[in-house]
Design a binder for this molecule. Structure first.
Ligand SMILES: Nc1ncnc2c1ncn2[C@@H]1O[C@H](COP(=O)(O)OP(=O)(O)O)[C@@H](O)[C@H]1O
Ligand SMILES: CC(C)(COP(=O)(O)O)[C@@H](O)C(=O)NCCC(=O)O
Ligand SMILES: [Mn+2]
Length: 959
């Protein structure tokens, strides 16, 4: 069983290459490092607080360098980003790292700022810089490892980058770290000695409370109930949070009545707590870790060692005082007469007996303390932890508190412990009070200390500002490469290329759209999978065993996979056009249904080898890339395995979360854009034929044109490298065959077909006049044909009708989705051949850098409704509209039409979303099961769902 006392492999992916660097940093590390490695040496990265002292700043080294190191000699103690809770058993660290600087040359941004008047952080008097909150713990007994960790990351000096700007300077005399817990006093000198920093001591109870308040207000899925193995997240109404009882079970136990921010009273406590259980357990069982001890208890039978009432009363109850024969009369009492040695008892039984005894004693002590003694409780029949919980309940009762939140590392996310606690609270309160647990149970104090830094500006963070992401702990990143090396990329690509051209030569002339389609074929033949289609197992998963599920036993790695890094993105906002953000649920598919989870688990697992191949090839197929590919596969598989075991481990789980997790894992291992070359090739091929498509469209009447345009969007949505069925298609046929098949499937009625309704609005009907929308937000999906031949022509049609168009694309790559960074070039290329697009793009500020032939521009005709591009704030094939970029939120303010395109954005998420404005959801369903479930149809069926904003919201017609 792995434990804190074992030597973990080094932390983070870069450590794989340099095992000596962090050797023996023995932690339950829950953090990510990749982002930090990506960072440049920029001034913006110097900490979580903006108050940098820039006086005497100087560039160090070569002025010609792109990102020269900047020295800030006077920067002192005002970068707050490390806080500690040094407890009797564990040291908890919370630290903040800045997001990597993404200030790339994005011509889109300038115009967006001008048009919408938004810039990051303009809602605050000083900017909050985006970053990440990391959670790490160490054993207090191994404080030197903690100091090494802080020192290796230079956390005491304002972050990783500090070593760049001040590497030769002596440690800063004035540096101060906020810390709470007894160790803040005990180890203050050690910190000064080893790190040169002073400890600013914060009150422990105050920190616990402010940590709990912060979590309960800012994290969507922080609090949960746990009954009979079922975890259920509770959305706390922040206006109705107080009062509550906070029971922190650490080494000792504290019970705190919380009435508000900074308003609390410690009402009870005891010295017999988690530390007692662990300490005695260690002595008696020789267990090496707390988890091992806890796991033993699950297989224990305390009756072999505890003296029960029945043992004393000859098997009978002592009914006069209400004690049953099975009640523990004396913990460990049997050892008196058994005449056995310690070795003769099973460690499992000792552990369980101890767990019960400790809990019982905690209860009894607090009874005395609170003068609420109840002798029936002293020998009560309820199991283990319930006595102390009874006391918690008594206290809750005393103060009229209905909610009891349990924190502290004793809980350890342990299902058995939580179930016992919940049962007891429910039992004694007759269902009136509720026990709730916190995902960041052990980090309340450290978070509170972190919050106590003045002016770091995190106090008013809202739920949508925080995105939790899951890095991998050390055990999964330290592995070796498995499987044979990748084959010869060129050879495979050549073979495939000639095969595709053979196939492409046939049967084209029958098609009406032959002119541009023919060219597409020619271009399309160049679109080969740029990476080998290696058989599963040759990379990534080869040789890797996913951690086995152990049913109800504790997982050694669970604490590495329990809490993630909290990404603070203060510029995220709730999409303003959501009809009701409170009831909005992005996921259409709830993975709480185990059958559903199993299905998607299989889909994602089967897609993994192919994805790893693409990712490795996208990074040049180097040894390093293969190593990272392998680590990515391990990490993602471990997450999937963990979620299979406990679907709610990381908060409420929907399909969108799984798909995002995959993208996050790729980024974790520095796969910046796995489908980059596929996207490029498909863009080129599509752009080459766009003018012909546009010509053809222009020759149609407006009704035929609108139909063809919507058909085009649906047909082109087939180019989806995330769908197993589609990827299989790409292996079997040419791009042209796929497109043709797709167009042929376009016969109406589609499975969900509201086109007539949409047409009526856009073109009018009979007496009804056309009523163009003022402004449309087009959430685009895939690169290549999807955006170029599908969404751009649709955008052009809207522009032509006087509708302002905003193309909304991903901020970060995900599968073959087009990103906001890529779109301006695509639009610019398209605009070369299209006046409407060109003028609109100019008006939208997208064409500022493009060489436009002056003669082409008809000045009189140059005014146009604008075409713009905004980023959506995410990097996933799905979209959670509770967390979008501020620029999208600003762009949405006066929009009256939202078009969501693709399976991820309009089916997996948002299929049931209601908007304040008209909404058009367009997608091809590229998964049989989803087609059956969602639209009672089949794979490749299409959805054209139009929902007008009007109060008489019409239900879509399922054909
Ligand atoms: N990995 C672990 N190592 C040691 N103790 C652990 C571990 N996980 C859970 N525990 C339990 O958590 C207790 C410490 O809880 P914590 O909230 O950190 O309190 P403290 O601040 O007093 O150290 C330990 O005494 C033990 O019962
Ligand atoms: C990841 C996707 C949502 C992307 O689809 P898109 O949004 O591009 O239409 C989709 O490919 C998907 O659900 N794939 C997994 C299902 C499957 O392989 O059948
Ligand atoms: Mn997509």
């Amino acid at each position: 069983m792995a434990s804190l006392t074992e030597d973990h492999p080094p932390i983070g992916i870069h450590d794989i290459n340099d095992e000596s660097k962090h050797k023996k940093l023995n932690t339950d590390v829950v953090e990510r490092e990749s982002g930090e490695r990506e960072m440049g040496h920029s001034i913006h990265r110097s900490g979580s607080r903006p108050q940098l002292d820039l006086s005497k700043a100087a560039i160090q080294g070569n002025f010609e360098e792109k990102d020269p190191t900047i020295l800030l000699p006077n920067q002192s103690d005002d970068i707050s980003h490390l806080a500690l809770d040094i407890g009797g058993s564990l040291i908890k660290l919370v630290y903040f790292s800045r997001h990597e600087d993404r200030s790339v040359n994005d011509r889109r941004k300038k115009s967006i700022k001008e048009i919408f008047g938004v810039s990051n952080g303009n809602r605050r008097s000083y900017p909050i810089l985006g970053g990440r909150l990391h959670f790490v713990k160490f054993e207090t007994a191994k404080i030197n490892e903690c100091l090494d960790f802080i020192s290796s990351k230079q956390l005491h000096r304002g972050g990783l980058d500090a070593r760049h700007w001040n590497s030769d300077a002596p440690d800063n005399e004035n540096a101060v770290i906020k810390a709470t817990g007894g160790g803040a006093f005990k180890f203050a000198d050690l910190f000064k000695e080893r790190l040169g920093v002073s400890i600013d001591k914060e009150d422990e109870m105050g920190c616990l409370v402010s940590g709990a308040n912060f979590l309960l207000k800012a994290i969507r899925h922080e609090a949960f109930t746990h009954m009979e193995g079922q975890k259920e997240f509770v959305q706390i109404d922040t206006n109705d949070l107080f009062p509550y009882l906070l029971v922190n079970i650490g080494s000792g136990v504290s019970m705190i009545k919380v009435d508000g921010d900074g308003k609390f009273q410690r009402v009870s406590g005891t010295n017999v707590g988690g530390g007692t259980y662990w300490g005695l357990g260690k002595l008696l069982t020789k267990c090496k870790s707390f988890d091992e001890l806890l796991e033993l208890s699950q297989r224990g039978d305390n009756r072999t060692i505890d003296m029960l009432v029945g043992d004393i009363y000859g098997g009978m109850d002592y009914s006069k005082i209400g004690l049953s024969a099975s009640t523990i009369a004396s913990s460990f009492g049997k050892a008196i007469s058994d005449n056995k040695n310690l070795e003769d008892y099973r460690p499992e039984d000792i552990s369980l007996s101890l767990l019960r005894m400790i809990s019982y004693n905690i209860g009894q002590d607090i009874i005395l303390e609170t003068s609420k003694c109840c002798c029936t409780v002293a020998l009560c029949t309820v199991p283990e932890a319930q006595c102390m919980i009874y006391i918690a309940y008594l206290n809750a009762l005393r103060f009229g508190l209905k909610r009891i939140f349990f924190g502290g590392f004793f809980i350890r996310g342990h299902a058995y412990t939580m179930d016992t606690i919940s049962f007891a609270v429910q039992f004694w309160s007759k269902g009136d009070a509720q026990a709730m647990f916190l995902r960041h149970e052990g980090y309340l104090g450290a978070l509170g200390a972190f919050m106590s830094y003045e002016k770091h500006g995190l106090d008013d963070l809202m739920v949508h500002h925080l995105v939790e992401r899951f890095p991998m702990g050390a055990p999964y990143t330290g592995g070796k490469i498995h499987g044979p090396p990748l084959g010869d990329l060129n050879e495979k690509a050549r073979t495939r290329s000639s095969w595709i051209s053979d196939m492409a030569g046939s049967n084209l002339s029958r098609d009406a759209w032959i002119s541009w389609m023919e060219k597409f074929v020619r271009k399309g033949t160049e679109i080969t999978a740029p990476v080998p289609m290696a058989p599963p197992g040759t990379t990534g998963l080869g040789g890797f065993e996913v951690p086995s599920s152990k049913g109800d036993t504790l997982r050694s790695d669970a604490s590495n996979l329990n809490v993630g890094v909290l990404h603070l993105v203060p510029t995220l906002e709730v999409f303003p056009l959501l009809a009701d953000p409170k009831t909005y649920e992005p996921n259409t598919i709830d993975l709480a249904d185990h059958g559903e989870l199993e299905y998607w688990f299989t889909v994602l697992s089967e897609h993994l080898p192919d994805l790893v191949d693409k990712a490795v090839a996208s990074e040049g197929g180097t040894e390093d890339a293969k190593r990272r590919g392998d680590a990515f596969a391990r990490a993602f598989s471990a997450h999937l395995a963990r979620l299979m075991e406990e679907p709610a481990a990381y908060g409420k789980l929907g399909l969108a979360n799984l798909l995002e997790l995959r993208e996050e894992c790729l980024r974790e291992f520095q796969f910046v854009d796995a489908y980059r070359s596929i996207k490029q090739r498909e863009n080129e091929a599509s752009l080459a034929v766009l003018p012909d498509l546009l010509m053809e469209l222009d020759s149609m009447n407006e009704e035929a044109r609108l139909l063809t345009l919507i058909e085009g969007v649906l047909a082109a949505n087939i180019f989806d490298w995330g769908s197993r069925a589609c990827v299989d298609l790409y292996h079997k046929g040419t791009i042209i065959e796929i497109y043709r098949m797709s167009r042929n499937k376009m016969q109406r009625p589609w499975r969900v077909d509201d086109l007539d309704l949409f047409k009526e609005r856009v073109l009018g009907l009979g007496e009804k006049k056309p009523h163009p929308h003022k402004k449309a937000l087009l959430f685009v999906d895939n690169a290549g044909a999807d955006v170029v031949l599908g969404m751009l022509p649709l955008a052009r049609e809207l522009l032509r009708r006087g509708t302002e168009v905003v193309l909304v694309a991903n901020s970060l790559p995900a599968l073959n989705d087009v990103t906001a960074m890529e779109l301006p070039d695509i639009v610019a290329e398209a605009a070369k051949h299209c006046d409407i697009l060109r003028r609109a793009a100019e008006a939208g500020g997208l064409l500022v850098d493009v060489m436009i032939n002056a003669a082409d521009v008809n000045k009189e005709n140059s005014s146009s409704v604008p075409l713009m591009v905004v980023e959506n704030g995410c990097g996933s094939p799905c979209i959670d509209l509770r967390q979008v970029s501020s620029e999208l939120a600003a762009a949405a303010k006066d929009a009256d039409l939202v078009i969501l395109e693709g399976m991820g954005r309009s089916l997996h998420t948002n299929y049931n979303a209601q908007f304040k404005c008209d909404a058009l959801k367009l997608a091809m369903v590229k998964n049989q099961r989803l087609a059956e479930k969602l639209i009672k149809g089949n794979i490749y069926d299409c959805v054209c769902r139009y929902e007008p904003a009007s109060s008489d919201l019409q239900s879509s017609s399922l054909c």
